[in-house]
Design a protein around this ligand. Structure first.
Ligand code: SF4
Ligand code: SF4
Length: 102
């Protein structure tokens, strides 16, 4: 399930454009999701948001209860950032030029 920190949103609309389910919308210059139950967790919005407004809440079997997954999409690398409830962080870096080898 995704989580949205509306206060950090700058209303750029990139997530709205990329969501394949047309689930996101801008209201009063902030993003919101129409119905989070319709989200299937593709993480496209997580990857494209330049402000880390949207994260993916990891279930216990994936990353530990309460851990959150953010992404920084850089020119040559996609960095997945896992933030654990105890404050620890783990970064998984994917080299875009090698991504077909993963
Ligand atoms: S995770 Fe995918 S389906 Fe869910 S809101 Fe984001 S872009 Fe849309
Ligand atoms: S991409 Fe991020 S900053 Fe832009 S509208 Fe969506 S949530 Fe807000």
């Amino acid at each position: 399930m995704i989580k949205i920190d509306k206060n950090k949103c700058v209303g750029c609309g990139k997530c709205v454009e990329i969501c394949p389910g047309n689930l996101l919308q801008i209201k009063n210059r902030r993003v919101e999701i129409r119905d989070v139950r319709d989200c299937w967790g593709c993480t496209a919005c997580v990857k494209i948001c330049p402000k880390n407004v949207i994260c993916y809440q990891l279930s216990a079997d994936l990353g530990g209860a309460g851990a959150k997954l953010f992404a920084n999409d850089e020119k040559n690398a996609l960095k997945w950032i896992v933030k654990f409830p105890n404050g620890a962080e783990k970064i998984i870096e994917i080299d875009k030029n090698q991504s077909n080898k993963y």
